[in-house]
Design a protein around this ligand. Structure first.
Ligand SMILES: [Ca+2]
Ligand SMILES: [Ca+2]
Length: 168
């Protein structure tokens, strides 16, 4: 990229008869460097998903940009400290890396986990930024009712009235 920079050099001595003005045009090539960190386009990323979905289910996408224009400084993404999710390094698309279940005995209907996503430039020095994203899993009705015992026994008297309780 070329910028055209005009330098106007003015010399104003105190003696008015010596006033000189020089005008030169100088071609300057400005080389881009990676000096800007990627910035995520949203300040908050929250994804929602039902529990018990298969490995590889799409959660969502993060996007980061920075003001460096050099194509070699394209932004890549990674997830820090978690193998439960995968992120496409180029697109920022996030998918599950396993099946999530809200297992009993918890009574929660939602479970939220937080992971850190990093956006960075693949050049030296590395410019990067990170953000916490939250993923909320919603409980679904995926468990069949079960009796607490495999067998129940009781007895009733022959003179029991209609409506009597025979077992609790
Ligand atoms: Ca950059
Ligand atoms: Ca459930």
């Amino acid at each position: 990229m070329y910028f055209y920079l005009s330098i106007y050099l003015s010399i104003y001595p105190f003696i008015s008869i010596c006033l000189q003005v020089a005008n030169h045009t100088l071609n300057v090539t400005v080389l881009g460097v990676n000096d800007m960190s990627p910035t995520f386009n949203n300040s908050i990323y929250q994804f929602y998903m039902k529990e018990d979905r298969p490995n590889g289910t799409l959660l969502g996408k993060v996007i980061a940009t920075d003001k460096d224009k050099n194509p070699s400084e394209s932004i890549k993404y990674s997830i820090l400290g978690s193998r439960d999710f995968n992120i496409d390094a180029s697109s920022g698309v996030i998918r599950t890396a396993r099946t999530f279940k809200i297992s009993e005995p918890t009574s929660f209907t939602f479970v939220t986990v937080t992971v850190i996503v990093e956006a960075f430039n693949q050049v030296n020095p590395k410019e990067w930024n990170s953000i916490n994203i939250t993923i909320t899993f919603k409980d679904i009705n995926n468990n069949v009712p079960r009796f607490q015992k495999s067998q129940y026994k009781t007895h009733i008297f022959e003179n029991s009235t209609v409506g009597s309780t025979i077992l609790k």
